[in-house]
Design a protein around this ligand. Structure first.
Ligand SMILES: Cc1cc2nc3c(=O)[nH]c(=O)nc-3n(C[C@H](O)[C@H](O)[C@H](O)COP(=O)(O)OP(=O)(O)OC[C@H]3O[C@@H](n4cnc5c(N)ncnc54)[C@H](O)[C@@H]3O)c2cc1C
Length: 522
């Protein structure tokens, strides 16, 4: 018998299925979140959840057909692909985006992932364009409505974390038309996207000054896409996108050379805030599965929840998720008040505020993407074998959540990149107060190092006299050269040479001592 001919069964029993219904999972979420929300925000969540409950059948079909996209136009009807930006009278903010994520992830983690890439990443590239052309306005509307799909092109084969040094070659002709040559990879939605917002540089040796941003469309001559097989991105068309001499008219320019670099960095903060939204959303969704299942499943005559091995794991996660949710909301509110609202009104945000929120967003993205994975992994274990199955038309989506959770840490800047930004935060927020002490610390360390080098130099001079007959000419020449260079660089205050020869002296002295010892023995 071939595996492809084997029938699937449905293992999750009716009682679990009923208890894990979307309505019950929302009820757990709301009981925990509503005390933190305004009446408007609560109403928004309730409305979205009602739509999601009605879309459950379609969402299941998307999963069965391994295609996250048929839900897009249905969600777009209710402006449920994004709620970060106010559009057509529907209020948007970072916090509202997080609340949307929390409802959407429970319906379909895959569609939520794809929607964030389309409506936030590409949507923002159009929304935040101060001089939006008609064509760009049309693209934005279609993306928000879900009738068209967008993909963002930053990452390249040789440039992932180091995206700034991208090699996508862009050029602008006299008539303003733009030509791109190069390859972007991991473009979420790229396999099916209608629009591509893509970064390129007019001078690869000077990306900061020459980075630009352009809108491409499927059908542009020379633009081709190839899907990547990514098991975690089930039903999501992540792709490699080839730009082979693709020329588009001037009206497709989203940001001119130099401005693209600022847009890339300005765009990363809301992108990370949206990823934090996915992080808290996925964590609450996982917790909902764990707390519901463990109270129903019995082993050894008692519900699993009665065993502290299970309940304490859930208690620990519950506390951490609650704390991280408060942090995420705080970052979202800060961004909305100090940055988002100003950009919306065409004002320039205070660079200090932009810097602070960039650091907070990096902290939050780092913590929440890890937490999403930790929560789903632990709840999968809490559910035993039932945690490992991913049945079609089932209310348990824990395994799908775990699958998607593995991707969240990679996107929008990998873990160590977030930590590098956090590190800049540590330096920046201590610079005003302790710069003098840091300099003093360095000076004192330099004094100690100088003393050590002087001791080595004295030993080197001594060995050159005492052991001269046991040293080869080569060794003597090397030691003398290093001692001379040390003297010269000290006199000329050449710090680079001084550091290099101070480092070279101990090794040369060690080799000389060994050589002298060996030949003396002979
Ligand atoms: C499912 C999926 C969807 C994606 N969607 C998009 C998209 O829509 N658009 C897009 O442009 N990109 C997208 N990406 C790409 C994603 O942003 C990159 O994968 C990510 O930035 C990391 O780049 P990389 O894969 O080249 O890894 P690398 O940069 O090679 O990193 C590999 C490892 O090295 C570490 N590392 C790198 N540099 C340093 C350093 N200086 N110090 C310490 N550690 C370091 C990283 O933290 C990581 O652990 C997607 C990726 C995936 C997997």
């Amino acid at each position: 018998m071939k595996l492809s001919e084997a029938n699937y069964t449905h293992l999750l029993e009716k009682n679990y299925e009923k208890a894990l219904s979307l309505g019950n999972r929302y009820s757990f979420l709301n009981a925990n979140l509503f005390p933190l929300l305004s009446k408007d925000e609560q109403d928004m969540m309730t409305e979205i959840q009602e739509v999601c409950k009605k879309l459950q059948k379609e969402a299941d079909e998307c999963y069965v057909n391994e295609d996250a996209y048929p839900l897009f136009p249905k969600l777009g009807e209710h402006y449920m692909l994004q709620r970060m930006n106010t559009y057509n009278g529907v209020e948007g903010s970072c916090k509202r985006q997080m609340l949307l994520n929390m409802c959407m992830v429970q319906l379909s983690p895959e569609t939520d992932f794809a929607a964030t890439a389309s409506a936030i990443l590409v949507g923002n590239s159009l929304y935040h364009n101060p001089e939006r052309k008609d064509l760009q306005e049309k693209a934005l509307k279609e993306i928000y409505r879900g009738t068209k799909i967008g993909g963002i092109g930053i990452t390249e084969i040789e440039h992932g974390s180091d995206a700034v040094n991208m090699k996508m070659k862009a050029s602008i002709a006299e008539d303003g038309s733009i030509t791109y040559n190069g390859i972007k990879i991991y473009t979420t939605n790229g396999a099916v996207a209608d629009y591509f917002s893509t970064y390129g540089v007019t001078d690869i040796s000077n990306p900061r000054r020459t980075m630009m941003f352009t809108l491409f469309e499927r059908g542009d001559e020379g633009l081709t896409t190839e899907r990547l097989r990514i098991p975690g991105a089930y039903g999501i068309g992540v792709a490699k996108v080839n730009y082979n001499n693709v020329t588009v008219p001037a009206e497709r320019m989203l940001a001119p050379p130099g401005e693209g670099y600022k847009r890339l960095f300005r765009g990363l903060t809301p992108e990370r805030v949206a990823i934090m939204g996915a992080g808290i959303a996925g964590s609450w969704a996982a917790l909902a599965h764990g707390v519901i299942f463990s109270q129903i499943r019995h082993q050894f005559g008692k519900p699993l929840f009665k065993y502290q091995g299970i309940s304490h794991t859930l208690d620990d996660l519950y506390s951490k998720v609650a704390a991280n949710t408060a942090f995420a909301f705080q970052i979202a509110d800060f961004y909305d008040a100090k940055v988002g609202n100003k950009i919306e009104k065409g004002e320039k945000p205070n660079p200090m505020d932009e810097g602070s929120v960039a650091i907070m967003a990096a902290q939050g993205k780092y913590l929440l993407s890890k937490m999403y994975h930790k929560c789903t992994y632990e709840v999968v274990q809490t559910m035993g074998g039932r945690g490992s199955i991913s049945e079609f038309n089932s209310n348990s989506i824990i395994n799908r959540l775990e699958n998607v959770s593995r991707l969240i840490e990679v996107l929008g800047g990998h873990r160590n990149i977030q930590l590098m930004i956090v590190e800049m935060g540590i330096k920046a927020t201590t610079a005003m107060s302790i710069t003098g002490n840091v300099q003093k610390g360095k000076r004192e360390e330099r004094k100690v190092q100088k003393k050590i080098t002087d001791l080595y130099a004295t030993r080197a001079e001594k060995i050159l006299v005492d052991e001269a007959e046991f040293l080869s000419d080569g060794t003597k020449t090397e030691l003398k050269m290093i001692l001379n260079k040390l003297k010269e660089s000290t006199e000329s205050k050449n710090k680079i040479e001084l550091a290099a020869y101070s480092k070279a002296l101990p090794r040369a002295l060690r080799n000389a001592s060994k050589e002298a010892y060996k030949s003396r023995k002979k």
